[in-house]
Design a protein around this ligand. Structure first.
Ligand SMILES: [Zn+2]
Length: 247
């Protein structure tokens, strides 16, 4: 059994504030059209394409950490029409704490609903870790508004549920509800027309000991073709171009 720490998504504190922030930032987030390609949740939490996102670390981090972090996120920036600026102080859209035992993040515009002194992303990984880059890419994927791929409605993973509960409790202390929310229960409430993508950076590693003994997903460490396609569709070069919304 491999031991990379699983990520969990931070839910919004206030659902209505979450919705209002999402549609104020980017009115296309409100789409609930059946053909909306990203409707894994009830509404999207994508930033306005072309916008600048300020990132601030809540603690002092070394310049080598910032360099490694910046290097990692270039893989998203190459394909998503967004600008990232790391600011030393002042207001920031994404606040990162490295004083953490977990890797986790809010989804996209939910960050707008948290106070400026509150972290919107937690990183326990450091540049010396083998999976630093892939962990940063995964957490930044959440910060861009993307959800867990293994919870895609079409994933139909043949989980051995009892083993899954046991594994996450014994290794990470997760209770049943946390496992249900982060591992076992597919997103509902919307039609998805993006293909399920086993290679997505947003997919958990799945050990075959937790499934029917055959089905498994290895550790995804780079953006998949469909991740790149998603970045291009959700943050298109022309901000008025919204191919993910069927109007
Ligand atoms: Zn995650």
């Amino acid at each position: 059994m491999k031991n990379a720490k699983p990520c969990s998504v931070i839910p919004p504190k206030d659902q209505l504030a979450s919705y209002k922030a999402a549609i104020t930032e980017n009115p296309n987030n409100a789409s609930n059209n059946e053909l909306s390609i990203l409707a894994v949740g009830d509404y999207q939490k994508l930033w306005k394409p072309g916008r600048e996102l300020k990132i601030r670390f809540l603690e002092d981090v070394s310049s080598s950490f910032v360099r490694a972090f910046s290097q990692a996120i270039t893989h998203w920036i190459k394909h998503a029409n967004l600008k990232f600026v790391i600011v030393p102080k002042g207001d920031a859209d994404i606040r990162i704490t490295t004083d953490s035992e977990h890797n986790k993040s809010l989804i996209g515009t939910d960050a707008l609903t948290f106070d400026q002194n509150e972290a919107t992303m937690y990183l326990e990984t450091t540049p010396s870790d083998e999976y630093f880059e892939s962990t940063v890419l995964h957490e930044m994927g959440h910060a861009l508004g993307y959800l867990h791929e293994h919870l895609h409605q079409d994933a139909t993973i043949p989980w051995n549920r009892e083993k899954v509960y046991e594994h996450y409790f014994e290794n990470y202390g997760w209770d049943k509800q946390r496992v249900d929310e982060n591992v076992l229960t597919p997103y509902s409430g919307a039609i998805v027309d993006t293909e399920y993508d086993k290679n997505s950076i947003m997919h958990y590693e799945v050990d075959k000991e937790l499934t029917d003994g055959v089905w498994e997903v290895g550790k995804n460490t780079v953006l998949s073709e469909l991740d790149i396609k998603m970045a291009k569709r959700t943050y298109p070069e022309d901000p008025d171009d919204v191919p993910w919304k069927n109007v």
